[in-house]
Design a protein around this ligand. Sequence first.
Ligand code: EPS
Length: 402
Amino acid sequence: MRRLRLLTAGESHGPAISGVLEGLPAGLRVSTALVDRDLRRRQHGYGSGRRMLIERDRVVWTAGLRFGRTLGSPLGFRVDNLDWPNWAERMSVEPLPDERRPKPITLARPGHADLAGAIKYDTDDVRDVLERASARSTVARVLAGAVARQLLAANGVRIWSYVEQLGPVRAFPDAADSLAAVPADWPARDLRVPSPLRCPDPDAERLMIAEVDACAEAGDSIGGAFVVVAEGVPVGLGSAAEWDTRLDAALAAATMSIQAVKAVGIGEGFAVAGMRGSEVHDEVDLGAASGGWERASNRAGGIEGGMSNGMSIVVRAAVKPVSTLRKPLGSVDIVTGAPGKAHIERTDIAIMPRAAIVGEAMVALVLADALLTSFGGDTLGDLQAAVRRRRGRTGRPASSLG
Ligand code: EPS
C-alpha cells in the first residue's frame, strides 16, 4: 500500500491483538459501533470452534482519535484476548523455569505454518510459530478494514460479500453466474442478521450445513470460495503505468495474504482461460437511463488495465480446508524424527463465513489506499472534493452534453 500503512501484532493466545493504521486523512468520523459490528461479523459462522464462545472482540482505541474523529495521526488500537488468562503460563512473556514450561509441540500439522516455521526460526516447539500464523491475527485486519470501509462509505463506496461454495456445494448451482442470482437485499440482510454460513442461496446453505456436520463427524475440515463486491468505486483507481501500481495486483496480493486462501480471481478469473475474446470483454455504451458510461456485463470484475472502470469490483477467493484435523494426518517428530500423527489443537471445522469478512476488510484497505493515492487529501473534505471532481468527469463525454 502506498498511502496507508498497517502494522499488526499479537499471538493467538497472547494478551491482545493490536495494530497501527497510518495515513488516514484528518476529520473522518470513526464509529466504534461499526468497527465492533465488523469484529462481531468476523466471529460469526457455523462450523466455528469453541474459541469463538470465549472471545467477544471489541476495539480499544489507543491513539489517533479525538471526539470521534481522526486527527491525521496514526490510529492505534487493541483487542484483548479473553482466552489469555487460560494461557498466561503457557504463553508467559517472562522466562519460566524448565519444570513449569509446557511440553513442546513437535508434530507439525500438514498444511499449517508449523514445519517450515520451526525450521526457519530454529525452534523445537511448534507453538512458537503457530501462535502468530493463526487466523486470530485477522482481528487486526478486520478492525483496520472497518475503518477503511468508513472512509470509503464517506466517498460513496460500499463493500459486501457472500459464501459462494463450501466443499462440493455451490450457491445457485443452476445459474451461469452466482453473483447475478444474489438477491438485491442480501447485503442489507447480511448486515442485520447473518445466516449461519452467509450463503444467499437457502437451499445450498442447508446442504452446506450438512457438509459441515459430516466433516465434524469424520474429524475432518472443509474449505470453499467467497466473493467480495465493491460498488460505487470511482473510475481510475490504480494505474496501468507500472506493474506494482495495478489495482488488480494489489487486490490479489491482499486477498491471497489471508490465511488458507490458495487462489484469487477478479471477475471471471480462471474461467477466461477457456473463453474467446468476444465472450470475455464487456461492450461499452452510453447508458440511456443514467446518461453515463455503461456496460451490459461485468466479466472484467470492474478492472481494466489495472484500473477501476466504474463497474462493481468483484474479487473471488478459494480457501483450503483448515489444517488442524481431529483425525490427524501423518507427520514426523521434528526433534526425534519418529513418525507420528500431527498435533491436534482446538480448531474450527469450516471458516468460510468468517474468511469472507476478512476478504471484505482486505478489499476495503486496498481500495482506501488506492483512493488516497489517486486523490490525496490531508482532510476528508479535500479527499471528497477530489473524488466528486473525478465522478463529474466520468458522467458522460463532453461531446454528448450538447
Ligand atoms: C486457529 C485455531 C483456533 C481458531 C483461531 C485460528 O483457535 P484456538 O486454537 O484458540 O481454538 O479459533 O481463530 C481465532 C481464534 C479467531 O479469532 O479467528 C488456527 O490454528 O489458526
